[in-house]
Design a protein around this ligand. Structure first.
Ligand code: SF4
Length: 346
């Protein structure tokens, strides 16, 4: 019997499941790193796609099995597959697209970016469980910003010295690539800095490996004196399945706000119908739609770009069909600006 989302949520209310760290680390060890393996798992004959495989040299392939299980077999145009499949297009040099579109390569301390007035972004862990081909950090020099407890000291010192900083954003890579023990240590250090009051975690990991929502992670976020917020990254409604909903339930039960940001991506979600369904499915899963980002002009991924004019048309169509609280803000990030820039829908 196929369960509808509200039924699934009711069912898991009675049966919260929480994993230990071994489960997600096993999923992480089993990520698919070869395009031929990926296509084989989807019953797609590789012959006509062989030319694309070499694009993995520009940005490695990494796709966890729980994410692959949500793709449609036999369909090279599956919107989830498109986000992770290397293509020859990535070799194309496009004018106006750069290696560092948000000019993030300049850190104020090792692994620390101070882009916004009262918030800092901490590169908690280099690398991600999934490598999204459109990622604006696909050229980020993680090797120079690969943190550990010793290296975090200068970042913590910078935060302690700047009393205007009230919010720390854990970023990466993906910050949840760090072990719960490391996260706990880091949260404890931040708790000792009185002016830091909020902790935001930007992550895609629970989306691609739902087992990442462990008992120790939930306990950490439940017990910290900092006000935690989790911002997920989901681009398409097909990314949300019962496994993900079930995994997020302990966070919802602990009253940790869950938000979502998406990127508007050509041939993945560049139509109002898909994005309306995404907002509705997010809401059913207890996640608040938050931002819809225009693509950041990173070199090697220009084929994902959607023009601002098309984006405005899509957003207006969403506005006409969604209640206001399900409408994500259409924004662009401009390097050097102290906040995201809302796009005028008029
Ligand atoms: S999870 Fe986020 S940071 Fe990692 S590759 Fe995807 S978009 Fe980039």
């Amino acid at each position: 019997m196929k369960l509808e989302l509200p039924q699934i949520i009711t069912q898991i209310d009675d049966d919260l499941h929480l994993c230990d760290e071994k489960s997600w680390q096993k999923d992480l060890r089993e990520v698919i790193t070869k395009p031929e393996q990926l296509l084989a798992l989807l019953d797609i004959a590789p012959d006509e796609y062989l030319q694309h495989f070499k694009a993995r040299s520009l940005f490695p392939v990494r796709v966890p099995m729980p994410f692959i299980k949500r793709m449609k077999k036999g369909d090279f145009d599956d919107p989830l597959l498109k986000q992770v499949m290397p293509l020859t297009n990535e070799f194309k040099q496009t004018e106006g697209y750069t290696l560092d579109p948000l000019q993030e390569h300049d850190t104020v301390a090792e692994g620390l970016l101070h882009k916004y007035n009262n918030r800092v972004l901490m590169i908690v862990k280099a690398g991600c469980a999934v490598n999204c081909r459109y990622c604006f950090r696909r050229h980020f020099p993680y090797e120079d910003n690969s943190p550990n407890k010793k290296r975090w000291q200068s970042a913590l010192h910078y935060i302690a010295e700047n009393s205007s900083i009230s919010e720390v954003i854990f970023s990466g890579g993906d910050p949840l690539m760090a072990s719960d023990e490391h996260l706990k240590w880091l949260v404890e250090q931040l708790e000792q800095i009185p002016h830091v009051t909020r902790l935001r975690i930007h992550t895609r990991l629970p989306v691609v490996i739902p087992n990442r929502v462990t008992k120790s992670l939930v306990t950490l976020l439940k017990n910290t004196r900092l006000k935690p917020v989790m911002v997920l990254h989901i681009n398409h409604p097909n990314e949300i399945d019962s496994e993900l909903i079930s995994a997020l339930e302990p966070l919802r039960a602990a009253r940790i706000p869950l938000f979502n940001q998406s990127v508007l991506l050509k041939s993945v979600n560049d139509n109002a119908q898909t994005l309306i369904k995404l907002s509705e499915t997010l809401f059913d899963a207890g996640i608040q739609p938050y931002y819809l980002h225009l693509f950041d002009a990173v070199q090697g991924a220009a084929h994902f770009d959607v023009s601002e004019q098309e984006a405005v048309e899509i957003a207006n169509s969403m506005l006409a069909n969604l209640p206001g609280f399900l409408m994500p803000k259409l924004v662009r990030e401009i390097a050097g600006q102290a906040n995201k820039t809302p796009i005028n829908l008029a």
